[in-house]
Design a protein around this ligand. Structure first.
Ligand SMILES: Nc1nc2c(c(=O)[nH]1)N[C@@H](CN(C=O)c1ccc(C(=O)N[C@@H](CCC(=O)O)C(=O)O)cc1)CN2
Length: 383
């Protein structure tokens, strides 16, 4: 399948001409920020994301110059959800801007699971595609686990495959890719010079996309991690102990200023629409932390919008570049697309023999190890 530039609705992967990387390289990218902060303690996620895109574009151009090939990303969307369509459009445009070839499949709400799986398998087998993502959430009749598990683990640039999550949970192992939003949170902490090792981190929310992998990433960086969720009692006193707060509960302004230890870093992953008659759209986005209150107490805080959100797509591009480099440089063989039954494709050649895992043992690893890796799991948020 060839790359695409269109978002036309189609049950098949839609081919179109790739945009040459060279015309899209850093010249068009936003200049690097001098500091990741704006207005004192407010982290400028847009600027950090622009810097990562700029770095990615430069490396894509290098790859193109050396091998005359560019990384390819396939984005699959099922259904007409407005927010999902917006994110997919943003991802395709971002690819174009950094020189990554964009492939796509836009399936209707009525697509069957087999049709979705068939599209995924087509991209698994396509040597010009180095990253594959299926936009979430999927319509209710589609089994998300089955679809995410069908993506070739070597092309899983969203980092949602059970093998990648399992390795994220394990001591001494590394995933090929980790989920983009949590990695974006870590990048923000790192690029702002916020120490993680030995610090107390509280993650509010335990979704598969953000909360759970964010906790695993913080654990890997030697933070002492607590997850708060819908059954957590006295959440505010737990949050008050945190040096780092990741707010990812999907609940508008849940974390109040009075919950925050002075100087703590707050990474706000929430994007909740609230009515606002002063806006032409009739709404505005707020985070899971009460920004005005928290900003007065925190050492550093991300705004919504313009904080973590832009990082999600920047990290997706970075992951796709990394995958493209592995395949194009020959570290991975694209002919090693995994069979329907297993995931012992090219990953098997990347990992030491003892680490080869079938899908079932990977799932077992996730459930056994995730529990051990998180120091405390305590139980009012939705997730
Ligand atoms: N397959 C995936 N599905 C979903 C993911 C994901 O990482 N992979 N994450 C979210 C949605 N998402 C990307 O897919 C995403 C969310 C938010 C933003 C963003 O830039 N937000 C802006 C505000 C944008 C606006 O005005 O609406 C911000 O916060 O500044 C980008 C990507 C769920 N699905």
């Amino acid at each position: 399948m060839a790359p695409e530039n269109s978002t036309a609705s189609s049950a098949a992967a839609a081919p179109a001409a790739p945009t040459p990387a060279t015309s899209l390289a850093p010249a068009t990218a936003t200049p690097a920020p001098a500091t990741p902060f704006m207005n004192g303690n407010v982290i400028d996620g847009k600027a950090v994301a622009a810097k990562i895109r700029e770095e990615t574009a430069a490396k894509v151009a290098e790859l193109k110059a050396k091998y005359n090939r560019v990384p390819g990303l396939a984005v699959v969307i099922v259904g007409q959800r407005k927010d999902s369509q917006t994110y997919v459009r943003m991802k395709r445009k971002a690819c174009e801007e950094v020189g990554i070839a964009s492939f796509g499949a836009d399936l209707p709400d009525t697509a069957t699971q087999e049709e979705v799986l068939s599209v995924v398998r087509g991209f698994n087998a396509n040597p010009d595609v180095h990253g594959i993502l299926v936009q979430l959430p999927l319509p209710k009749h589609i089994d998300e686990q089955a679809v995410l598990g069908a993506i070739s683990v070597e092309k899983d640039v969203d980092g949602f495959h059970p093998l990648n999550i399992g390795r994220l949970a394990m001591k001494g192992r590394e995933p090929l890719f980790a989920p983009c939003t949590p990695v974006g949170c870590m990048e923000l902490l790192e690029r702002c010079g916020i120490p993680i090792k030995g610090k107390r981190a509280v993650v509010v929310g335990r979704s598969n996309i953000v909360g759970m992998p964010a906790a695993l990433l913080l654990n890997k960086r030697d933070a002492t991690v607590t997850i708060c969720h819908s059954a957590t009692k006295d959440m505010e006193s737990i949050v008050r102990q945190a040096d780092i707060i990741i707010a990812a509960a999907g609940q508008a302004q849940l974390v109040r200023g009075s919950w925050v230890k002075p100087g703590a870093a707050i990474i706000d992953v929430g994007t909740n629409p609230v009515d606002d008659k002063t806006k032409s759209s009739g709404y505005r986005l707020v985070g899971d932390a009460h920004f005005e209150e928290c900003k007065e107490v925190a050492g550093a805080i991300t705004p919504v919008p313009g904080g973590v959100g832009p990082m999600t797509i920047a990290i997706l591009l970075k992951n796709t570049l990394e995958s493209g480099e592995r395949f194009i440089s020959g570290k991975l063989q694209s002919s090693a697309a995994p069979s329907k039954r297993g995931q012992k494709g090219a990953l098997a050649r990347l990992l030491p023999e003892k680490e080869h895992l079938g899908p079932l043992s990977a799932l077992a690893a996730v459930s056994l190890v995730a529990g051990a890796a998180l120091q405390r799991i305590v139980g009012g948020v939705r997730q």
